[in-house]
Design a protein around this ligand. Structure first.
Ligand code: THG
Length: 284
C-alpha cells in the first residue's frame, strides 16, 4: 500500500513495503515558548530555521502545527504554509483538527499535502472528510471512536475501520487513509505502549494500510526520553508502523538502522549514506 505526497518537484511515497518515512515534528509550539512567541509576533525566522534543520537531518515530510492556547489555527496556519511552500521543496503534513484552517491552507500547497487529522467521531468525520475529498489529498485518521480514546485495541481498530468506511463512501481511496493507532505516555499508564503496539498489529492485519505514530508522545513525563523513544520506534516499526511524526535530529539514524535490520535497505546503502553525511567529526 502506498500513500503519495508531493512538494513542488519531489514525490514521497509512504509505503508498507519500503523504508520508514520520517515526518519532522519540530514545527509545533506545544511546550516551546520561544516558538509560540515567534509565531504570535509574526516572526517566521524561527520556523524557517526549524524547517531547514529538520530537512538537513533527514526529514522526508514536515509536520506543521500552530496549535496554541487562546489562538485560532486559521490565523496562523496559512501564512506559515505559504512561507514553507515558497522556500522549501518538501511535502507538508498540516497538523490541525480545525477544518477552516485546513481549507485555508490547502489551496496554498503546491503538490499534495497530508491532512493531520480526522478522527472517528461524527463531528470530525463530517467536517474534515469533505475537505480531504475536495482537495484530493491523503489524511491521517486517529483511532478515536464516538466514545473517545479507548484502552482496548479492538475498539481502536473499530474506530479505524469506521474512518476507512466513511472515507470510502465519499470516494476517498483506502491508500489515502493513514491510520494513527494513538500513542499515549507510559509515564501515566505502563500498558499504554502495549495497547498501541497491539493496535498497530490489528490494523495492519485487518486493513494493510499505512500507519503513523506521534512517536515522542510515548515518553512524556519520564527521564531519558530519547532512550524510550528509540526503543519504542524500533518496536512500533517491527509491529507494522510505516511513518512517524518525530524528531529527525535525534532519531533518523535509529530509523535507518531499523530499516536495515528489517531487510529494507539493500547493502545498507541508505544507512551508510546517511551516516557518512552526518557522522560527527572524529578527533584522534
Ligand atoms: N498523532 C498525530 N499528530 C500529532 C500527534 C499524534 N501531532 C502532534 C504530536 N502528536 C506529535 N508531535 C510532537 C511534537 C513534539 C513533541 C511530541 C510530539 C515533544 N516536544 C517536546 C516537549 O513538549 O517536551 C519539546 C521538544 C523540543 O524542545 O523540541 O515531545 O500523536 N497524527
Amino acid at each position: 500500500m502506498k500513500t503519495t505526497l508531493k512538494s513542488k518537484t519531489k514525490k514521497v511515497e509512504i509505503s508498507t513495503e519500503g523504508p520508514f518515512t520520517i515526518i519532522g515534528e519540530k514545527i509545533n509550539p506545544t511546550g516551546r515558548k520561544k516558538l509560540a512567541a515567534a509565531l504570535q509576533e509574526g516572526n517566521l525566522d524561527y520556523v524557517r530555521d526549524l524547517a531547514k534543520k529538520q530537512i538537513e537531518a533527514g526529514a522526508d515530510v514536515l509536520d506543521v502545527n500552530v496549535g496554541m492556547a487562546g489562538t485560532d489555527d486559521v490565523d496562523y496556519l496559512p501564512g506559515i504554509v505559504k512561507m514553507l511552500v515558497e522556500e522549501f521543496d518538501i511535502p507538508l503534513c498540516l497538523d490541525s483538527p480545525n477544518p477552516k484552517a485546513l481549507a485555508a491552507a490547502l489551496p496554498l500547497v503546491q503538490g499534495r499535502a497530508l491532512v493531520n487529522s480526522v478522527n472517528g467521531e461524527e463531528k470530525s468525520l463530517e467536517a474534515v472528510l469533505p475537505i480531504v475529498k475536495e482537495f484530493g489529498v491523503p489524511v491521517i485518521g486517529l483511532a478515536i471512536g464516538d466514545g473517545g480514546i479507548s484502552n482496548d485495541p479492538q475498539k481502536r481498530l473499530a474506530a479505524a475501520g469506521k474512518i476507512i468506511e466513511r472515507a470510502g463512501k465519499l470516494g476517498i481511496p483506502i491508500e489515502d487513509i493513514i491510520i494513527d493507532p494513538l500513542v499515549m505516555t507510559v509515564g501515566a499508564d505502563s500498558n499504554a505502549g502495549l495497547v498501541t503496539l497491539t493496535t498497530i498489529e490489528l490494523v495492519c492485519k485487518e486493513f494493510g494500510v499505512n500507519i503513523n505514530l506521534g512517536a515522542s508522545n510515548v515518553s512524556f513525563g519520564l527521564p531519558e526520553r530519547d532512550v524510550i523513544n528509540q526503543a519504542f520506534l524500533a518496536l512500533a516499526i517491527g509491529a507494522g508502523a510505516t511513518c512517524a511524526i518525530t524528531d529527525p535530529m535525534k532519531y533518523s539514524l535509529t530509523i535507518k538502522a531499523t530499516d536495515l535490520l528489517r531487510g529494507r535497505d539493500s547493502y545498507g546503502a541508505k544507512y551508510l549514506k546517511f551516516y557518512r553525511a552526518h557522522a560527527p567529526e572524529k578527533t584522534a
